[in-house]
Design a protein around this ligand. Structure first.
Ligand SMILES: [Zn+2]
Ligand SMILES: [Zn+2]
Length: 214
């Protein structure tokens, strides 16, 4: 966010950031935008860059607030997983898991503990990072995929900030899904994993209307 500024706000994700007043005055005094040179646009350019950064920087925390993190980019993809591991690890019906490049994930405060679970499918370790004080699980990292982090979406301060759309998202392990779970129409779904352990792609099922698990 820009520092000491008091100019006009730009809306960002429901919040606002401020363009330096001086930059607007420079533009106004100039009269014509075409007369503004690059240096006069610099504050606005920086503010817009900050706005873009603000749109992709999102923070989250555990229940007690001791552990805070930030993601600095859009997720590469979003997996909604209904497997038994995710049911146990969330204590709920499924996990909404946006996947980020590990270098765009930052721990801001606190020291999570880690529980290591051997993946039933791959035999590799899945690391569950949780708060030792309040027990909230915040993110996963993977022996098999060391360059990515999967976040427990419910821990974001604004959990709906990223879309779940057909181009980047899928529901997996419908074969283990809790009965009465409703799967949305139009999204790729898979009975188990989307790919086998040797990397072969599985065929997706896309429901034309909302699908209720029986
Ligand atoms: Zn906590
Ligand atoms: Zn799962």
């Amino acid at each position: 966010m820009p520092g000491k500024t008091n100019g006009s706000p730009l809306p960002v994700n429901g919040r606002s950031i401020r363009i330096p007043q001086k930059a607007f005055e420079q533009v106004r005094l100039q009269g014509r935008v075409a007369m503004c040179n690059a240096s006069r646009w610099q504050p606005i350019k920086e503010a817009l860059q900050n706005r873009d950064a603000a749109m992709t920087r999102n923070e989250g925390a555990c229940l007690c607030g001791a552990i805070r993190y930030a993601t600095l980019a859009m997720p590469n993809r979003v997996t909604v997983c209904h497997c038994r591991f995710c049911q146990k690890a969330t204590g709920s019906a499924y996990m909404v898991e946006p996947i980020f490049d590990a270098d765009t994930f930052v721990v801001l405060a606190g020291s999570p503990k880690t529980f290591d679970q051997v993946s039933a499918g791959s035999g590799k370790l899945v690391h569950v990072h949780f708060c030792p004080d309040c027990g909230t699980k915040l993110w996963l990292s993977f022996e098999r995929f060391p360059n990515v982090v999967g976040v427990y979406a419910g821990t974001f301060d604004e959990p709906c900030w990223f879309p779940i759309d057909p181009a980047t998202s899928k529901h997996i392990f419908l074969g283990a899904a809790r009965s009465d779970t409703v799967v949305p129409a139009g999204l790729p779904t898979f009975f188990e994993h989307a790919t086998t352990n040797d990397g072969a792609a599985q065929e997706a099922t896309v429901f034309e209307t909302c699908h209720q698990i029986r």
